[in-house]
Design a binder for this molecule. Sequence first.
Ligand SMILES: [Cu+2]
Length: 108
Amino acid sequence: MKFINFIFAISLFGFSQATLASMKVTVNGMVCSFCAQGIEKSLLKLDETKAVLVDLKNKVVVVEAKEGKTLNEKLIKEEITDSGYDVVSIENIPQTVAQFREQMKGKK
Ligand SMILES: [Cu+2]
């Protein structure tokens, strides 16, 4: 019985780890660092946002959630659209902003 509890705890841990994910947003219309700064600011305003990375070259915005918080896809989309840019797609990714940045470096 104790073993089963152990398994349960492990699976719960796995689940909470999964909710620590980030969102990768593909955005059209960002052309300069002012665009990037504007988007970064508006997304950092959201309570659940821990970090934002804007990659102009790849038209990608990565938003990382604070621990224990969940990103709201609809709100993120609204913030970016209200700033005057087009959201092409949003997907969940397991990396943090820091990990994503490292990954981009590796590709150059
Ligand atoms: Cu700009």
